[in-house]
Design a binder for this molecule. Structure first.
Ligand code: DAH
Length: 341
């Protein structure tokens, strides 16, 4: 029996040392030390020993058991360490490998010009107002002195959202004048940029959706001189200090008097060329003194207050600013076009 115990010790220790995985090691533990293991089976035969042999063999058996248990613990630790090291090695980060450069975007030409405009106006004490693109006809037209039956309200030109023509996609940012005046007492200095909609076919100069920027000033003693001075400064800020402006009489229902503002052609200096279609001037916006009917409709006393307003198409300003020939480029988002800004 002593011999058998020694054999178990030798072969078990050798087997334990040879294991390469924790699972194998555990199998060995069961095989030698488990309830149905080899060592246990051997000890069960101790009943057949003589009283002299029994303590000797018993002690040896305990020694063997302890030796195996120790060897298993040591090997287990070794295997765990090896597994950890292998995992660390496989998950190593090489911080010296060059990174992937993220592609940085930049502002769309529309945002470039819009941000410049906002900067200029904010610097002059204006605030920015925003309002709905789905608008009531009363705000888009009636309160702007554009009664029912006016050609501007034609179904042909306007996206109406109801049979009774009461709701629509705003055709201009001018309803923001009314919304601001109804909610705010003078002095008022606001700009209102935003999307507007008209039933136009897409071509090089038209789009059914485009952007306008509205401006409104209401205060005591406001005159046409304020309108001219402010718009002249703004256009010089946008197009350069040598920009020449021209204020030409026009008609809008919600201003009196009304004007259109032109900028002298940068390409020919006013002589007339292809860029300005021979005119020497390029129209950039509409403006005027706010009509007394519009002011009074918003509860503003025209004996005390007066105001001026303007509305400009933002796309047109952008095309001119960057000498872009086709409006569609603004909306197509072709990366080859956008990368140039
Ligand atoms: N809303 C006009 C348009 O879409 C532009 C305009 C003209 C706005 C004169 C104004 C203004 O505020 O005073 O054609």
């Amino acid at each position: 029996m002593k011999q058998q115990l020694e054999t178990i010790r030798q072969s078990a220790l050798a087997a334990i040392e040879r294991t390469a995985q924790l699972k194998e090691l555990d199998d060995l533990r069961v095989r030698y030390l488990g309830k149905k293991g080899e060592l246990t089976a051997l000890l069960k035969q101790m009943g057949g020993l003589s009283p002299e042999e029994r303590p000797v063999i018993g002690q040896l058996a305990n020694e063997v058991r302890e030796a195996l248990a120790n060897a298993i613990a040591v090997q287990s630790k070794r295997l765990e360490e090896a597994a950890l090291n292998a995992r660390l090695a496989s998950e190593t980060l090489d911080v010296t490998i060059p990174g992937k450069k993220p592609q940085l975007g930049h502002k769309h030409p529309m945002s470039i010009v819009l941000d410049e405009l906002k900067d200029v106006f904010l610097g002059m004490g204006f605030q920015i107002a925003e309002g709905p693109e789905i608008e009531m006809a009363s705000y888009n037209f009636t309160k702007l002195n554009t009664e029912e039956g006016h050609p501007a309200r034609d179904w042909q030109d306007t996206f109406y959202l109801r049979e009774d023509s009461s709701l629509l996609l705003r055709t201009q940012t001018s309803p923001m004048q009314v919304r601001v005046m109804e909610n705010q007492k003078p002095p008022i200095r606001i700009i209102a940029p935003g999307r507007v909609y008209r039933k136009d076919e897409v071509d090089a100069t038209h789009s059914p959706m485009f952007h306008q920027i509205e401006g409104l000033v209401v205060d005591k003693g406001i005159t046409m001189a304020d309108l001219k001075g402010t718009l002249d400064s703004v256009l010089k800020a946008l197009y350069g200090p040598n920009t020449v402006t021209r204020f030409r009489p026009h008609h809008f229902p919600f201003t009196e008097p009304s004007c259109e503002v032109d900028v002298q052609c940068h390409a020919c200096g006013g002589v007339g060329c292809r860029v300005c279609k021979g005119e020497g001037w390029i129209e950039v916006l509409g403006a005027g003194m706010v009509h007394p009917k519009v002011l009074e409709g918003c509860g503003i006393d025209t004996e005390v207050y007066s105001g001026w307003a303007f509305g400009a198409g933002v796309e047109r300003l952008v095309l001119r600013r960057f000498s872009i020939a086709d409006l569609r480029l603004i909306f197509e988002n072709d990366i080859r076009f956008l990368n140039q800004f």
